[in-house]
Design a protein around this ligand. Structure first.
Ligand code: PXP
Length: 261
């Protein structure tokens, strides 16, 4: 299983101060040394974290392939074509969302997606579609000529979090699960998992390469790793969140050393 590390959240932290610290570019070497196989970034229409300049520098400097997530907006697709990442993952985008909610509606936006795929392929950029784990979405992805699908694991992750984690969850997609019993959550979890397995198997049998991501963390990832038709995971939030704590000791120690007279 290969690992794409989504470094958007480093830029989220930078944007809190609007200075270039932490610089997402600094993450490239560390991720590569730690065994990551890919760097994933999302150039959102509102540029809320990664900016065009970040994307250009990351693509130019990364020793790992860069997977650039983007919407199907033709202006964005033109920018992505000029940036020439290794892969573009087309995702649905809503301005008001906290993060990507749900997969692409490949039926509704068929023509727009097709135009985007054709343009990207002309620029030698591999194309992946971020889809919900359903047979319809997989079949449409094949029809559209995508080389990859990335299966949205958000529903699985949400149910998993509600069933096993004691953290307070405030996101609205989790809110809907709050009143379910353990048995109901177990059933939902099994269903969400089997949808991912079935979609991955179908995609692979259609000749598509299969990635998965969204909401994967140190607790819920191993059952997804067990699905052998999935060859790549893209993980961001949980890795960057953990790095705050695993890196805090040395960050405080280094500053404390500088504070010595
Ligand atoms: N894959 C895609 C297509 C995404 O949009 C995201 C979120 O930016 C991820 C993977 C990573 O999700 P998370 O940050 O929850 O690990």
């Amino acid at each position: 299983m290969t690992l794409g590390v989504n470094i958007d959240h480093i830029a989220v932290l930078r944007e809190a101060r609007k200075i270039n610290d932490p610089d997402p570019l600094m993450a490239l070497g560390i991720c590569a040394q730690a065994g990551a196989n890919q760097i994933t970034i999302h150039l959102r229409e509102d540029r809320r974290h990664i900016h065009d300049e970040d994307a250009a520098k990351i693509i130019a400097s990364s020793t790992l392939p860069v997977n650039l997530e983007c919407s199907i907006n033709p202006d964005i697709i033109d920018i992505v074509c000029s940036l020439r990442p290794h892969r573009a993952t087309l995702v649905p985008e809503k301005r008001e969302e906290v993060t990507t909610e749900g997969g692409l509606d490949a039926d509704k936006y068929f023509d727009m997606i097709l135009n985007a795929i054709n343009k990207l392929k002309k620029h030698d950029i591999e194309v992946s579609l971020f889809i919900d784990p359903t047979s319809e979405a997989v079949e449409l992805s094949e029809k559209l000529g995508a080389q990859w699908v990335e299966l949205h694991t958000g529903s699985y992750a949400n149910v998993y979090a509600m069933r096993y984690s004691s953290l307070p969850h405030t996101h609205h997609s989790i809110e809907a699960l709050k009143n379910l019993s353990r048995t109901q959550l177990d059933q939902k979890l099994e269903l969400a998992y089997s949808c991912i397995v079935d979609a991955a198997n179908l995609a692979r049998s259609c000749g598509l390469k299969v990635a998965a991501g969204h909401g994967l963390n140190y607790q819920n990832v191993s059952t997804i790793v067990d699905i052998d038709t999935i060859e790549e995971l893209n993980i961001g939030q949980s890795i960057i969140a953990r790095s705050v704590f695993t890196g805090l000791f040395s960050a405080v120690s280094e500053m404390k050393a500088l504070c010595k007279r």
